[in-house]
Design a protein around this ligand. Structure first.
Ligand code: AMP
Length: 215
């Protein structure tokens, strides 16, 4: 299955991507995680991307499209993939369409996780991430077993620089200006499924599974 997870920052895309990854056994392609790995390694791409990310802006399309192109060409994407946080602009969506035609990998569904801005601002305040493997946690919705330590790899949990309140507000504006037009874009392709993103992780996961006809 080839899926896109769409939604504002903090809507819960990452958590649903993980659920679908274990259920369907297909890789997650998260451009945010790829950028963070590059930043951690101090690569040239990481240094360039960090400037935009820390300010709550989007990394330029050219850089972003190239990393997705490389990733989609890898063998593990042959049976499907979950795109989390990509595309985020119409230009990225058009480039992705062209790429998927070239690779003969038609898209199945675009899941749009809907959450209001006020709820997102509140949620982001409680969000942490593993500084080592990128697994997301939340003080209310997904609590780690040992405080401040990742369940998977024992890495240290941190608050992302771009999850700070002022940056979150900027990221929401960027989302409304540049990413939300994709809802209409995929609606026109008959690929869009809207999912109510309010509720427990289990409730939202069930809605996603029902919408995809998997369990
Ligand atoms: P995320 O973890 O998906 O919220 O991404 C964190 C940050 O990485 C975003 O706020 C952007 O600065 C950058 N980023 C991630 N994906 C993209 C994308 N598809 N296009 C441009 N910038 C991106």
């Amino acid at each position: 299955m080839r899926l896109i997870l769409l939604g504002a920052p903090g809507a819960g895309k990452g958590t649903q991507a993980e659920m679908l990854n274990s259920l369907l056994n297909i890789p997650i392609i998260s451009t945010g995680n790829i950028f963070r790995a590059h930043i951690a390694e101090g690569t040239e791409l990481g240094i360039k991307a960090k400037r935009y990310i820390d300010e709550g802006k989007l990394v330029p399309d050219e850089l972003t499209i190239d990393i997705v192109k490389d990733r989609l060409n890898q063998d593990d994407c042959k049976n499907g993939m979950i795109l989390d946080g990509f595309p985020r602009t119409i230009k990225q969506a058009q480039a992705l369409d062209a790429l998927l035609v070239e690779l003969n990998m038609p898209l199945d569904k675009v899941i749009n996780v809907e959450v209001a801005d006020e709820e997102i601002i509140e949620r982001m305040a409680g969000r942490t991430v593993c500084s080592s493997c990128g697994t997301p946690y939340h003080k209310k919705f997904k609590v780690e077993k040992v405080a401040g330590i990742c369940d998977n790899c024992q890495g240290k949990l941190i608050q992302r620089e771009d999850d700070r309140k002022e940056t979150v507000k900027k990221r929401l504006k960027v989302y409304h200006d540049q990413t939300s037009p994709l809802i209409e874009y995929y609606k026109r392709q008959n690929k869009l499924v809207n999912i109510d993103g309010i509720g427990s992780v289990e409730e939202i996961s069930l809605r996603v599974k029902n919408a995809l006809g998997v369990n």
